[in-house]
Design a protein around this ligand. Structure first.
Ligand code: Z5A
Length: 221
C-alpha cells in the first residue's frame, strides 16, 4: 500500500515538534496496530521537516533561518524554500511513500502560503505556481493545524532560547501568518484539521490521536 503523508502546521511555538514526536511514539507503540491490526506492526513511521529534511535542505535551513545579518529578499526566500522542498520530495518523501511509510512532516506547502504569502505579501497565485513546481502536485494526505494564539506561541518559542530570523519578525507579521492558516483551513476542510493547540501537551496529543485514528482507519477501508 502507498504510504501516508501527515503534516503538522502552525505558527511558531504552537507545539508541532513536541506533538510530532509524541505521535510517532504513539503510532509505533500501539496506534497503528489499533487502526490496522498486524499490518500496522510492519509499517514504518518516519519523521522529517521543512526546511531541512535532506543534506542540501540542512544547508538551506541554515541560510534561511540565519539572523538579521543576512538579508534575503522575499522572492529569493520563496525560491529557497521551494528548492528545499523539491529536494526533500525526490530524496525522501517519494521513496518513503513508495515503501508504504507513514510520514510525519514538520511543515510543508501551507507554511509557504502562510509565511511567504500572507506574512510577506507575495502574490498567492505565484506561491501556488511555485509550490506546484516544487511538489509536482504531491499534497499531504492530512494536515494537522495546531491553532494557538500567536502571542502564546512566540512566548513559548522565546522561552526556549535564541530567536531565529522568522521569530525576530514583528507581531503583525505572525498575525498575518496565523490568518493564512485560518483561511487555508476554511478553504480545505477535507485535508486540514484544526487542533486546539492551547491545551496542555497531553490534551493536544489526545485530540491528535483521535483524528489520526479516524483517518488511518478510513485509509484501511
Ligand atoms: N517557513 C517558511 O517561512 N516557509 C516555508 O515554506 C516553510 C517554513 C516550510 C522553520 O522553523 C521556519 O521556517 C518557520 C517558518 C519558516 N519559522 N520560524 N521561526 P521550524 O519549523 O524549525 O521552527 P518553528 O516553526 O519556529 O517551530 P518551533 O518554534 O520549533 O515551534 P514548534 O515546533 O511549533 O513547537 P515545540 O518546539 O514543540 O514547542 C515550543 C516550546 O513550547 C517548547 O519549549 C515546548 O516544550 C513548549 N510546548 C509545546 N507544547 C506545549 C503546550 N501544549 N503547552 C505549553 N508548552 C508547550
Amino acid at each position: 500500500m502507498q504510504g501516508f503523508l501527515i503534516v503538522f502546521e502552525g505558527v511558531e511555538g504552537c507545539g508541532k515538534t513536541t506533538q510530532l514526536k509524541r505521535s510517532q511514539d504513539w503510532l509505533r507503540s500501539r496506534g497503528l496496530v489499533e487502526c490496522w491490526g498486524n499490518q500496522g506492526d510492519e509499517t514504518p513511521v518516519v519523521v522529517t521537516k521543512e526546511p531541512g529534511g535532506t543534506s542540501l535542505g540542512l544547508e538551506l535551513r541554515q541560510i534561511l533561518l540565519a539572523g538579521q545579518s543576512l538579508i534575503i529578499q522575499d522572492r529569493a526566500e520563496l525560491l529557497l524554500y521551494a528548492a528545499d522542498r523539491a529536494q526533500h520530495i525526490e530524496e525522501f518523501l517519494k521513496p518513503q511513500l513508495a515503501k508504504g511509510a507513514i510520514i510525519l512532516c514538520d511543515r510543508y506547502t501551507d507554511s509557504t502560503v502562510a509565511y511567504q504569502g500572507y506574512g510577506r505579501g507575495i502574490d498567492l497565485r505565484l506561491i501556488e505556481q511555485i509550490n506546484h513546481i516544487a511538489t509536482g502536485g504531491l499534497e499531504s494526505d492530512l494536515t494537522l493545524w495546531l491553532d494557538v494564539d500567536v502571542e502564546i506561541g512566540l512566548k513559548r518559542a522565546r522561552e526556549r532560547g535564541i530567536a531565529d530570523r522568522m521569530e525576530e519578525a514583528e507581531l503583525a507579521f505572525h498575525q498575518r501568518v496565523q490568518q493564512g492558516f485560518r483561511e487555508l483551513a476554511a478553504l480545505y476542510p477535507e485535508r486540514i484539521v484544526r487542533i486546539d493547540g492551547s491545551q496542555n501537551e497531553e490534551g493536544v496529543q489526545l485530540e491528535i490521536q483521535e483524528v489520526l485514528r479516524q483517518h488511518l482507519w478510513q485509509r484501511m477501508l
